[in-house]
Design a binder for this molecule. Structure first.
Ligand code: UDP
Ligand code: MG
Length: 151
């Protein structure tokens, strides 16, 4: 298990439904360290870059128009096994298949309105962080570190 950074994003439906605070809170309370946070309305080209791997899928145009329908809140969380554990905290892509304790399992019912995004691999996390935070992240030491980690 290594220290990783992952890109987590509250999608437009999550912002509109007032879920930003809860989603931040879950990562904060779990013990992850926030190193980047911003609201953005980046436009179609940027969103198409973010989802470039899915450009051949039939749902792609609908996905881009959903993602472009309002501001999103992007964040970078750092800590042990952040990428995989972040995905578990989000739940399955299809909210009906998500654990009810997960974010999607608690707050969503449809794959096309599943309130949040999370990087799926360490490599993709690094790409997404560069795309969304070209200005860089914040490096700081958490006073809680020794209360979260045994070693
Ligand atoms: N999506 C969709 N229909 C599908 C599959 C995916 O609308 O059949 C949307 C959904 O919002 C999902 C996003 O496209 O979160 C990206 O798909 P991916 O397979 O990367 O799922 P994720 O990594 O978000 O769980
Ligand atoms: Mg994905």
């Amino acid at each position: 298990m290594s220290t990783e950074q992952t890109y987590i994003m509250v999608k437009p439906d999550g912002v509109q439904r007032g879920l930003v605070g809860d989603i931040i809170s879950r990562f904060e309370k779990r013990g992850y360290k926030l190193v980047g946070l911003k609201m953005a309305t980046p436009g179609k080209d940027h969103l198409e870059k973010h989802y470039a791997d899915l450009s051949s899928k039939a749902f792609f145009p609908g996905l881009i128009s959903y993602m472009n329908s309002g501001p999103v809140v992007g964040m970078v969380w750092e800590g042990r096994d952040a990428v995989k554990t972040g995905r578990v905290m989000l739940g399955a892509t299809d909210p009906l298949k998500s654990d009810p304790g997960s974010i999607r399992g608690a707050y969503a019912l449809e794959v096309g309105r599943n309130v949040c995004h999370g990087s799926d691999t360490v490599e993709n996390a690094q790409k997404e962080i560069k795309l969304w935070f070209p200005e860089g992240l914040n490096s700081w030491t958490s006073a809680a570190y020794n209360w979260v980690y045994e070693k």
